[in-house]
Design a protein around this ligand. Sequence first.
Ligand code: AMP
Length: 447
Amino acid sequence: MEFQAFNFHPAIAAGIKQAGYVTPTPIQRDAIPAVLQGRDVMGLAQTGTGKTAAFALPILQRLSNGPKGRVRALVVAPTRELAEQIHESFGALGRQTGLKSVTVYGGVNVNPQIQKLKNGVDVVVACPGRLLDHISQGTIDLSHLEVLVLDEADQMFDMGFLPDIRRILKHVPPKRQTLLFSATMPPDINKLASEVLTDPVTVKVGNTAPPVTVSHAIYPVEQHLKTALLLELLQHTDTESVLIFTRTKHRAKRLGEQLEKTGYKAASLQGNLSQNRRQAALDGFRDGTHQILVATDIAARGIDVSQISHVINYDIPDTPEAYVHRIGRTGRAAKSGDAFTMVSREDEVMVRTIEKKLGAPLERRTVKEFDYTVPSPKKDIEFARPPREPRPPRKVADSKKGTGASINPFKSEHPGSKPSGRPQQARTGATSGNTPKTVFNSSRRGK
Ligand code: AMP
C-alpha cells in the first residue's frame, strides 16, 4: 500500500513526498482512514512508529477545507520537545497547504505566542500548563475547535498532567473529533479514554513490544565501573550516534562532562538546562555535531533522531515501559539498532521484570578485555553507588524555566532553523573530528 491510496489533497501529497514517505507505517495504515472518516481514535503506539503523521496528515486534510486562521485542531503533548517535533511535522507535511501551526509551552516568552494566536493559526500544539494560562487569559479561542489530539497520554499521566487535561477538556467544544495516543494503557488512561472518546476505533501497533530491529544486551557491572565499561564499549563498538540514559539529571550532566573530557563529542540533556541549551543539545545531536547525548527519561521524551544506532542504559530504567520507550529511540522506522543496559546487583529484579515484559531473556555479555576487578575508589564515590536522587518533580516538562525557544509557523520565519522531513537528514561528520576512533562493528565483540 502506498500513500496515494488515501487520496490526500495534492498539497499534502506534496508534503508527504518531500518528507520522503512512500509506504505508510502500520499505525498510519490503520489510523488514517478512521481519522479521515471523522471517527474518534484510540491509538496504542509508541514514539518511532510514525504516529505523528498518522494524526497530522488526516488533520491537514480536514483543515484544508473550510475557513483558515482559526484554531480548528489542538494537539496536547507532555513535553516541549515533543510539541516542537509535532509542530515541525505539521510544518513539513503541510508546507504547501497554507495552514499555520504554533507551539504553546512554558519557559518561553508568552508574547510571541499571543501575537501568533492573534494573527490567526489553524493548529495549536501545546503543553498543558501554558495552554491553561492562555485559556485563563483569554488569549486563545478554542470555540472553533474540531479536532483534539492527546498525545503520549500515559506520559502526561506520569508527569501529573491529568488534572490539567481535565481542565482543558472543559474549554473545548463537546462536539469534536478526539484522538488519544498512548504507548501503554494504565487504568487512569483507560478511564480518561472512556470519558473523552466516543465510539472510538482502536488502533494498536507494537504496543508493548520493542522494535524488532533492535538487538538487546545487558552488561552486568559494579556501579563504580560503569563509566569505565561505557568507555570500553564505546571504543569497541561501531557507533553512529548514541543516546545514553541516566536516572538523574546530575548523573546525566556529570557523565556528559566526563565523556567530553575523554574526547567524545557529547552533550547532556536534562531538566536543569535552559530551553535554548536544550534545543542546542538536541540540534547538535540531530545534525551529528554531538555523537553522544546523555539524557534522563523525561528530558529525552519524544526525541526523534532517526539515525540513533545505539541506546545505552547507563542506569536501568524504573519500569519495563520506560525500557521499551527508551529502546524505541533506536531502530526507528525499520532501521536497526543496539540497546545495551548496564546492570548492577540491585537491578536484578528490574531485569527480570523487563524480561517478563519482553517475553524473552536478555542476553548477558561481558567484555573480555575489561578488568571487572578494579576496586571502588575511596574518593569521588558519586558514581560508585546506585543513583539515589529522586526522580524529577512531576511537572517539569512545561516548566517555567528557560528562554527563547523558536516557534516556527509553516512558512518559516527562522531561515536558520532546521529543515523538517527528518528522515532525509544525513548524519555526516558524526564520527569525524576529535572523536576517538570507533574501531570495529561489534557491539557483539564483548560477548
Ligand atoms: P513518530 O513515531 O511520529 O515520532 O515518527 C518516527 C519517525 O518516522 C519520524 O522520523 C518520522 O518522520 C518517520 N516516519 C513517519 N512516517 C513515515 C513513513 N511512512 N515512512 C518513513 N518514515 C516515516
